[in-house]
Design a protein around this ligand. Structure first.
Ligand code: TYD
Length: 210
């Protein structure tokens, strides 16, 4: 008989929130976490880029510093590797649920759809950085670029992505919708033009199914 401990802990669930800037996902993250906690699970709420001390430093660079688009993609994945190793994977292994404000779908949509980075390169990095950890559920907050832009607060300076002009955000949005169509069992598309109350009710219904 060997001495290896039998792992009895059920792995936590990994939920990601996605959408174009101004779609309003952040408002619903905390209420979703509270809902899950009220059902007895422990939850960690985190974000990308960021979520670790190093990741937050990389976030500051990514949101402000002009850089080559492939450098941007690699830094997103560097921050993600640190995030997975230090926060996401240890939590899931302990049975804790993780809610992340953005994950690899944001790279697919922003760097792939928005900037035109080769999708095959992004998938290669995704397989390298997180071969075994993918979201169980992705909530995509979908909203037209026009409404999202109007919602972006004018009381603070917009970051490098929010400042993008032209059809950048429309390309990001359509890439997100393509991703959702390709993986309907993982994605739920939320109509972000609905009232906050209606969205909260929708999220409650979705959460009890996973
Ligand atoms: P965001 O969640 O929008 O932060 P905040 O709500 O505080 O503005 O994320 C910051 C930006 O980073 C957002 O514009 C999308 C961008 N981003 C990418 O371009 N690629 C990625 O892989 C990730 C995780 C984020």
């Amino acid at each position: 008989m060997n001495n290896e401990k039998v792992r009895l802990t059920v792995r936590g669930k990994f939920i990601t929130f996605e959408g174009i800037d101004g779609a309003g996902k952040s408002t619903h993250i905390e209420s979703t976490a509270s809902l899950i906690r009220s059902r007895g699970a422990e939850v960690v709420v985190t974000r990308e880029p960021g979520g670790t001390p190093l990741g937050e430093k990389l976030r500051a660079l990514l949101l402000s510093e002009p850089m080559h688009l492939e450098t941007e993609t690699l830094l997103m994945f560097a921050a993600r590797r640190e995030h997975l190793a230090c926060v996401i994977e240890p939590a899931l292994d302990r049975g804790v649920w993780v809610i992340s404000d953005r994950f690899t779908d944001a790279t697919r949509a922003y760097q792939g759809g928005g900037r035109g980075v080769d999708a095959a390169k992004i998938e290669q990095l995704a397989r390298w950085v997180h071969p075994h950890t993918n979201p169980d559920l992705t909530l995509l907050f979908d909203l037209s670029r026009e409404v999202a832009q109007a919602r972006l607060t004018t009381s603070r300076t917009l970051d490098r992505f929010e400042q993008e002009q032209g059809n950048f955000h429309s390309l990001v949005r359509s890439e997100y919708l393509k991703l959702a169509q390709a993986e309907p069992s993982r994605f739920r598309v939320i109509d972000a033009s609905l009232t906050q109350e209606k969205i909260k009710k929708l999220l409650e219904k979705i959460i009890i199914t996973i």
